[in-house]
Design a protein around this ligand. Structure first.
Ligand code: ZN
Length: 159
């Protein structure tokens, strides 16, 4: 998966991490993300997302992950991962449409993924979802680069 490949790069550039680049998202035993939208400052060169499972059920019964793709790819990536099994975090191995993803966790656990915003194309809608079978239709939200600081938007995503 792409996020593994970028891990080394992200460690090097970790000094660039700033406020507004670290996001938290919570998932529950009721098969919900508590956040419908995640906004990241457009000046961030890398983003760190931490998923918290605030429920009590184990990963085998109500496991959740956090997967970022283009909005248009959500359903196809979720369907492709459905048969990959918990061992693969319900993510099709090598699926290049996955921008970033965490592992599947159970209640009381948390997990973090870091990725570079250079992977995000300008003018494209991105969404996050849970790839556990049957979850993505409910467990999804918009991932938005906050355009408030527009000069940085052009600088960061015009590659
Ligand atoms: Zn889920």
């Amino acid at each position: 998966m792409k996020w593994i490949c970028t891990a080394a790069f992200l460690l090097i550039s970790r000094v660039a991490m700033a406020d507004g680049c670290q996001l938290n998202v919570s998932a529950t035993d009721l098969m919900r993300f508590e956040q419908q939208t995640l906004q990241v400052d457009a000046q961030c060169t890398e983003v760190e997302v931490t998923l918290h499972h605030t429920g009590k059920l184990p990963a085998s019964a109500m496991g959740h992950d956090w997967v970022l793709t283009k909005t248009a790819d959500v359903a196809s990536v979720a369907n492709a991962g459905m048969n990959a099994g918990l061992v693969n975090n319900y993510q099709k191995p090598g699926d290049s449409r996955i921008v970033a993803a965490t592992k599947v966790i159970g209640g009381g656990e948390s997990t973090t993924v870091r990725f570079s915003t250079a992977q995000l194309d300008a003018g494209v809608s991105y969404s996050y979802f849970c790839s556990a079978p049957g979850h993505f239709s409910i467990m999804k939200g918009r991932f938005v680069l906050n355009a408030a600081s527009s000069p940085a938007v052009a600088k960061n995503v015009a590659k």
